[in-house]
Design a protein around this ligand. Sequence first.
Ligand code: SAM
Ligand code: SF4
Ligand code: SF4
Length: 380
Amino acid sequence: MPQAVIPIADLGRARRAAVPTQAVPTSGLLLDQLGRPLTDLRISVTDRCNFRCSYCMPKEVFDKDYPYLPHSSLLSFEEITRLARIFAAHGVHKIRLTGGEPLLRKNIELLIEQLAQLRTPDGKSLDLTLTTNGSLLARKAQALKDAGLQRVTVSLDGLDDTVFRSMNDVDFPVAQVLAGMDAAHAAGLGPIKVNMVVKRGTNENEILPMARRFRGTGIVLRFIEYMDVGATNGWRMDEVLPSAEVVRRIAKEFPLVPLEATAPGETAQRWGYAGADGGHDPALGEVGVISSVTQAFCHDCTRARLSTEGKLYLCLFASGGHDLRPLLREEQASDEDIASAIGHIWQGRADRYSELRSQLAPDDSGAPGARRVEMSYIGG
Ligand code: SAM
Ligand code: SF4
Ligand code: SF4
């Protein structure tokens, strides 16, 4: 059973970010304690969602009494854009909007318009993308594209309607998510990626139908190991189906060849579908596996996460964040001071939760660290 949840507003673990005595100017390259640059920012734009995926927002916890953040706590679009500009000056060149369900945030396309104006220190536009459950995509795809969004990642945990409806736990049909993906494709929001969280005993029989469906379509399907994020999903190691097993099952039907990572710090390991000559056939495309449980990739983790109310998290499994909002509001700090505060925080980062967890005994479902923050709050 999931534990009773402590309201996020009461967690009180976020330290107020402070301006350090020594300035940390923006140079486009900011390294942490383990030499990892800050290049990737995930911004959660809402803590609400219209799905109740059991691995993320179980219904028993996220019910009608759940204390979601009040609107006044949320960063405004101007505040988000201001921070994103400072992050870009520190070297962030990829921004992913997430949540909760990001398409529930009212007028999200206005935020995208503002973010699309940002530039890296060498004048390039940022890689701007969004992860969504797809439920509102059919309606919004064109407006998102027009606002400057480049790509979308759609989460879909299976093609069997019974399995999918039970995993999203709000009886949402597969067909509407697929319609959302079609609309995204038609609007030019590609290449589309599809994320499937695999839970042993729940949707493992969907692995092959999903692979068959998306092979050769230009859509990149990625299998994510069910993770022990947050404190409410009642995670158990025996429900994790290791990525190596996913690859083995697919390769039995469709031969696969390993592909190089496209970028350093990439979370997914890529596998290409082989053609008749045994080599990768680009027309057949590829699949990816994100092995956050069985193969830690902390050594090149270049991601920071900004919560809906402006707390900066240095690791998906962090129990505490750094509250940037007082700098924006009460303290009215300058951009230089905020850049120094962010720079100082990143320079002190030594998080590598998954690597530490992999050092636990294999049957130990316990995990290092204190109570962790929910995925729906800081985004995946
Ligand atoms: N609501 C959007 C969605 O579902 O795409 C965006 C937010 S969701 C938190 C981001 C990603 O995290 C989704 O692909 C989701 O499947 C994944 N996720 C959530 N809980 C997870 C867990 N316990 N293990 C692995 N992935 C998880
Ligand atoms: Fe909502 Fe996404 Fe979490 Fe599912 S994974 S409950 S769609 S935030
Ligand atoms: Fe990055 Fe933390 Fe995940 Fe390691 S556990 S890859 S440091 S987010």
